[in-house]
Write a protein that binds this ligand. Structure first.
Ligand code: PAF
Length: 288
């Protein structure tokens, strides 16, 4: 049974003790699904003791986003963490993470600017701030994040380098349902009809992968191929872009050399969904 810790002091002490044997860390916002559990399993491959955190971080939600209705079920999450062998769970409240008078924020301006950064102002500042706090509490460890949040992972990799944090960052491939939809806590919001429409996202990624495999190397053409399906199915499309997989910047002359990121963000009903693959690197998306 994972030990649940509510205070920064108690969690820090437990991490300090665990680190002697090797410590892995998986930060989450709860509403755990198989994607999160794959992160814990990966952390276990790197370290005998694994700590998870569950904290719905208010600073990464915009004023009209889903902070209030974000699914919260600590008991169910704890049972799932136990099933995959997590040892520690940090579940602080907001005042514990953001003490009275707090004002410090962490910004990673260039990596956070494109893609979701254009549509969710302040989101990556909130993510970078809370992840920095968490990594400062946990101390030296191997921290594991999902590649579904590709830009988030890029922001975290950058801040760990820039702030000289003693963290080894690992990215884990996206876990998908059998029909191809990427696992996400927000899939819980989708009605069956909306969920069926959301399958346009993995379908469009698979189509772009097929075009890439057939030799297409123009980023704009590949983005256009993917966009057609997403536009037909979604209520609103934030972006469908093919960019440099490292810098997330546009590709010079739209030309892809060996690999590129195709990333999608769109709304189905009230639910904002994101997904991506690295063309030339990730396994083909299988769509049912
Ligand atoms: O990916 C998430 O669940 C969150 O953005 C994270 C990394 C736990 C920060 O709140």
């Amino acid at each position: 049974m994972a030990q649940v810790l509510r205070s920064v002091a108690a969690f820090r002490a437990a991490c300090d003790q665990a680190r002697v044997r090797g410590l892995g860390f998986v930060p989450t916002m709860g509403a755990l699904h198989e994607g999160h559990l794959a992160l814990v399993t990966e952390a276990k491959r790197h370290a005998p003791i694994v700590a998870a955190s569950i904290f719905v971080n208010p600073t990464q939600f915009g004023p009209n986003e889903d902070f209030a209705r974000y699914p919260r079920d600590l008991e169910a999450d704890l049972a799932k963490l136990d099933a995959v062998g997590a040892d520690l769970l940090f579940a602080p409240d907001v005042a514990e993470m953001y003490p009275a008078g707090e004002q410090t924020r962490v910004n990673v301006p260039l990596v956070a600017a494109p893609l979701c950064g254009r549509f969710r102002p302040g989101h990556f500042e909130g993510v970078a701030t809370v992840v920095t706090k968490l990594l400062a509490i946990v101390g030296p460890c191997t921290a594991v994040f999902g590649r579904k949040d590709y830009q988030q992972l890029a922001v975290i990799r950058r801040l760990v380098i820039d702030l000289r944090l003693p963290t080894t960052v690992i990215g884990v491939p996206t876990v998908r349902d059998l029909d191809g939809l990427a696992k996400s806590s927000r899939n819980l919001y989708l009605s069956p009809v909306q969920r069926a429409r959301a399958l346009a996202i993995p379908r469009s990624l698979a189509q772009a992968q097929a075009a890439f495999a057939s030799g297409e190397r123009n980023a704009a053409t590949l983005a256009r191929v993917a966009r057609v399906q997403v536009e037909a199915a979604a209520d609103d499309v934030d972006y469908v872009e093919v960019v440099d997989a490292d810098s997330l910047s546009p590709l010079m002359d739209n030309k892809i050399d060996d690999r590129a990121l195709i990333a999608i963000a769109c709304h189905v009903g009230q639910t904002r969904l994101i997904d991506n693959v690295v063309l030339g690197e990730d396994a083909p998306v299988i769509v049912g």
